[in-house]
Design a protein around this ligand. Structure first.
Ligand code: NAD
Ligand code: UFG
Length: 335
């Protein structure tokens, strides 16, 4: 079966392409490379021995997307393409709404024209908003605190409405918690442009001497060590979750949401200590003030994914720290 992977050159998309190719799927990537590097498909090929087909296009461009469907027999789509920086989404909200909603609407219209009825969508734990209590379960009400989060809430609603009107359609809404880590080859990982916003790429760059120190955003939260708890999961485990979602979509219809997380909250300070210990490198840090909008704890109840997708996260925090460090060192050596 051929899978169209929108945003397949990005962090999670590229790892998912590797897993798909290794399982024998044909892969077609559609990406405009707004937040990824043109050499990613070739890196995927170095790992898997197979070059995915690549279309450089904006997924909101319906003519370009039509050609992809016309030239390839697409059996299902995994839709990663989107902008994802929470802070930036507050500064340029229209760009986020335009990009994230338009890509999804154009994709659905194009799928409809070509009779493609299976979609796996990259949603986020951010849709649980600020009011629910952890661990989050899929039946909780959704909301958001920033434009990025609202795009995910809105797209989930669009997919529910579309499925209600099209009973043969299957939309699997995967709510990712905090993916970190990298491919064990060191060839793929999270390599943001500029100064990272997210914890793990920041920690890795401090350890590599590319940034002077980490600021831990707050140690006065009501958690076991005062720093925030997050549900970190290895990006390769997350990538494998998409294969489980495709199998689920093959035998189910309707819009269904699944948490992809470990179910365990790890604190910022615990992550920093593990990184130092596993890799034997210092990560200098200072304690700073709280970051606007941060919640004290965010972690999943992952039972539904375990029971219905037959998926569980297997890799440990040590694996995540080791692979992130290996990736940044490989990157450094390449430059
Ligand atoms: P990423 O930025 O690395 O990957 C997204 C890819 O989409 C990039 O390659 C980018 O160039 C491409 N893209 C963006 N807009 C496009 C457009 N209009 N047309 C074509 N390509 C476009 O991000 P990621 O971390 O791999 O995240 C993938 C998806 O998962 C996103 O939808 C994101 O919101 C979601 N998600 C990510 C996280 C996380 O922590 N990384 C958490 C929850 C949800
Ligand atoms: N943190 C620091 N210092 C830093 C960066 C982060 O202390 O320099 C802390 C944050 O305060 C937070 C934790 O590390 O407590 C994790 O922060 P991230 O920015 O890595 O991740 P978030 O949980 O804030 O957000 C991530 C994605 C969102 C997604 C959300 C889903 O960035 O897109 O997970 O839970 F919506």
């Amino acid at each position: 079966m051929t899978i169209l992977v929108t945003g397949g050159a990005g962090y999670i998309g590229s790892h998912t392409c590797v897993e798909l190719l290794q399982k024998g799927y044909e892969v077609v990537i559609a990406d405009n490379f707004v937040n990824s590097s043109m050499d990613v498909p070739e890196r995927i090929a170095r790992i898997t021995g197979k070059m995915p087909k690549v279309f450089e296009l904006d997924v909101a461009d319906s003519h370009a997307l039509d050609l992809v469907f016309a030239e390839n027999h697409i059996g299902a789509v995994i839709h990663f393409a989107g902008l994802k920086a929470v802070g930036e989404s507050c500064q340029i909200p229209l760009r986020y709404y335009r990009n994230n909603l338009d890509t999804t609407l154009t994709l659905l219209e194009t799928m409809e024209r070509h009779g493609c009825k299976k979609l796996v969508f990259s949603s986020s734990a951010t849709v649980y908003g600020p009011k629910n209590e952890c661990p989050y379960t899929e039946d909780m009400p959704t909301s958001a605190t920033n434009p990025y989060g609202w795009t995910k809430v809105m797209i989930e609603q669009i997919l529910r409405d579309y499925c209600a009107a099209n009973p043969e359609f299957s939309a699997v809404l995967l709510r990712y918690f905090n993916p970190i880590g990298a491919h064990e080859s060191g060839l793929l990982g999270d390599d943001p442009n500029g100064i990272p916003n997210n914890l793990m790429p920041y920690v890795a760059r401090v350890a590599a001497g590319q940034l002077p120190r980490l600021t831990v955003f707050g140690d006065d939260y009501p958690t076991r060590d005062g720093s925030c708890l997050r549900d970190y999961l290895h990006v390769v485990d997350l990538a494998k979750g998409h294969l489980s979602a495709l199998e689920y979509a093959a035998s189910h219809t309707g819009a269904e949401a699944f948490n992809l997380g470990t179910g365990e909250g790890i604190s910022v300070l615990e992550l920093v200590h593990s990184f130092q210990e596993v890799n034997g490198v210092p990560v200098p840090f200072v304690i700073g003030g709280r970051r606007d909008g941060d919640l004290a704890e965010v972690y999943a109840n992952p039972s539904r994914a375990r029971e219905e997708l037959h998926w569980t996260a297997e890799k440990t925090l040590d694996d995540m720290c080791r692979d992130s460090w290996h990736f940044i060192q490989t990157r450094k050596a390449e430059r």
